[in-house]
Design a binder for this molecule. Structure first.
Ligand code: HEC
Ligand code: HEC
Ligand code: HEC
Ligand code: HEC
Ligand code: HEC
Length: 374
């Protein structure tokens, strides 16, 4: 009988230990809980990165041959991005060949040896940033395609207010969140000479890099995390109401409770009015803006509104002067970052303020009450 006690005790302890491990692992997994690949895949499937019908991924389908050209493929094709990284064995840092159509921002775009190790990105201005971790990949595709230098190269030396047939609208491109985050460090806005501008918007330490705020797979923001410090937030719709006490009344409308989004929007509206006034009074042809390529059209009836028939490719605006190229560049740049109020409101308000100031030298602009961020 006595002989059985020890083996029984050992079996008992082993079983107990195993049970404890099971509880620890399965019933109460350690924090942070790893997400299952299935859950990650589902989130990704619902995101813009997986939207195979989007213009971003079907734009070249009807081309002959149907290929995404070298200068577009880094951001519009998974094959193009792997080529850019050098994952396909080609030279890294450039797209070496036009890419096949039919891909989206797939798992392998971000999960391959090079992308996993990637830590730096070069922006269109030529500036390179390090220590970005995996968000360096986000920066490669959300950096826009232009900078102050692009605008200067096209307009330098030309008389500011003379219509010039060689000029045209400069489109910085789309979803440029990464470039806006860095402000003057990458000069995504057209920056006027002799002015100084805000750099990277630091916000707070734990919410600085893309994936601190955006889920890497669903790309969404978790509003409850923001609510920890911004008590007015209860769902995503409230993000635009965020404002901190120190924020001045930049737009001069007397409302110091609206979100910083509201400050940005009013100044953006003032900029539109100033551009319209300049076009009519100085360039000699009325202008309007619409959310359709190539964005700037002739306001044929001069009523300031986008009417039936006016927003059409053949009616695109044509009376470009250097001053108008700069102003329209900045106006559209602000539109193309839907996260503008969060990513770097100060920088964008500075850029818009200086654009208004520049237009005010030759046309009527209402700048009363406006405050330029320090
Ligand atoms: C290879 C290029 C590429 C990379 C890398 C990339 N994106 Fe994107 N991203 C795109 C394109 C293209 C779209 C537009 C997709 C569409 O039109 O549906 C987009 C859309 C988005 C959107 C809008 C979401 C939506 O549902 O419309 C967000 C937010 C975003 N990306 C954030 C990120 C973040 C954060 C990272 C890094 C973790 C990242 N992106 C990496 C190309 C890229
Ligand atoms: C630096 C990355 C990058 C490069 C290079 C790039 N794009 Fe894009 N492009 C994007 C992103 C990000 C979007 C997502 C826009 C969206 O869904 O709103 C986009 C959107 C588009 C769209 C859809 C616009 C819309 O209104 O939905 C077209 C068309 C497009 N790009 C054409 C081009 C062409 C043509 C080239 C090459 C000459 C090019 N892109 C190069 C990043 C890039
Ligand atoms: C735009 C870039 C991007 C794409 C596309 C992407 N991921 Fe990720 N993934 C990341 C980043 C960045 C992380 C690092 C964790 C984080 O910051 O959330 C990550 C983490 C992971 C992890 C580890 C999860 C964890 O909790 O540590 C897995 C697994 C994963 N991804 C699987 C996938 C799968 C499967 C797909 C395609 C369905 C995919 N990823 C697409 C960027 C991406
Ligand atoms: C501090 C938080 C924060 C950080 C950091 C951040 N974003 Fe955002 N981003 C936002 C918010 C908030 C929005 C607006 C979302 C809304 O209005 O629903 C946004 C919007 C966007 C959009 C447009 C989404 C859409 O629906 O069209 C893109 C693209 C984007 N961010 C990319 C990036 C990239 C790339 C980075 C890193 C360089 C980054 N963001 C860093 C908070 C952040
Ligand atoms: C740990 C606290 C904390 C968290 C979490 C946090 N924020 Fe902030 N936020 C701040 C502080 C502090 C400021 C003021 C920083 C500054 O500009 O000097 C700020 C500023 C802002 C501003 C600019 C407000 C203004 O008046 O200019 C916006 C927009 C914003 N946060 C959005 C967000 C969003 C969106 C999230 C969630 C993704 C978030 N914040 C998460 C603390 C936080």
């Amino acid at each position: 009988m006595k002989k059985l006690v020890w083996p029984l005790l050992i079996v008992f302890f082993l079983a107990g230990g195993l049970f404890a491990i099971l509880i620890g692992q399965v019933i109460l997994p350690p924090e942070p809980r790893p997400e299952s690949v299935a859950a990650i895949s589902e989130k990704w499937t619902d995101s813009g990165h997986a939207d195979s019908e989007s213009e971003s991924f079907v734009h070249w389908d009807e081309d002959e041959p149907p290929l995404v050209p070298e200068n577009c493929a880094k951001c519009h094709s998974a094959y193009g991005y792997l080529d850019f990284l050098g994952e396909d064995g080609s030279e890294p840092g450039v797209v070496n060949a036009a890419a096949n159509i039919g891909s989206v921002v797939t798992c392998t775009v971000c999960h391959n040896p090079t992308a996993n190790q990637k830590d730096s990105a070069v922006f269109p201005s030529g500036v390179e940033f390090h220590d970005l971790g995996m968000t360096a990949n986000c920066a490669e595709c959300h950096q826009g395609r232009t900078s102050t230098i692009t605008v200067e190269n096209r307009t330098n030396g030309l008389p500011e207010d003379e219509v010039n047939e060689d000029l045209g609208f400069i489109n910085t491109h789309y979803k440029i969140g990464a470039a806006v985050r860095y402000g003057t460090e990458v000069q995504i806005g057209y920056e006027y000479p002799d002015k100084s501008y805000a750099g990277f918007y630091e916000h707070v330490e734990d919410y600085q890099q893309c994936t601190d705020c955006h889920d890497a797979h669903s790309l969404e923001i978790t509003a409850s995390e923001c609510a920890a410090c911004h008590p007015t937030v209860s769902d995503l719709g409230d993000l635009r109401d965020i404002r901190v006490e120190e924020t001045p009344d930049y737009d001069g409308d007397g409302d110091v409770t609206e979100g910083v989004f509201g400050e940005l929007r009013t100044i953006h509206e003032k900029l539109y009015a100033a551009i319209q006034s300049y076009a009519t009074q100085v360039a000699g042809e009325s202008i309007l803006y619409a959310d359709q390529f190539p964005y700037w059209f002739i306001d044929t009836n001069g009523n300031g509104e986008a009417d039936e028939g006016e927003v059409a490719f053949p009616n695109q605006y044509g009376s470009w002067t250097p001053r108008l190229v700069k102003a329209t560049y900045n106006y559209h740049m602000v539109v193309e970052d839907p996260g503008n109020f969060m990513h770097n409101a100060k920088y964008l308000i500075q850029v818009m303020y200086d654009t208004l100031d520049d237009l005010s030298q030759v046309t009527t602009v209402d700048m009363s009450g406006l405050i330029r961020p320090e």
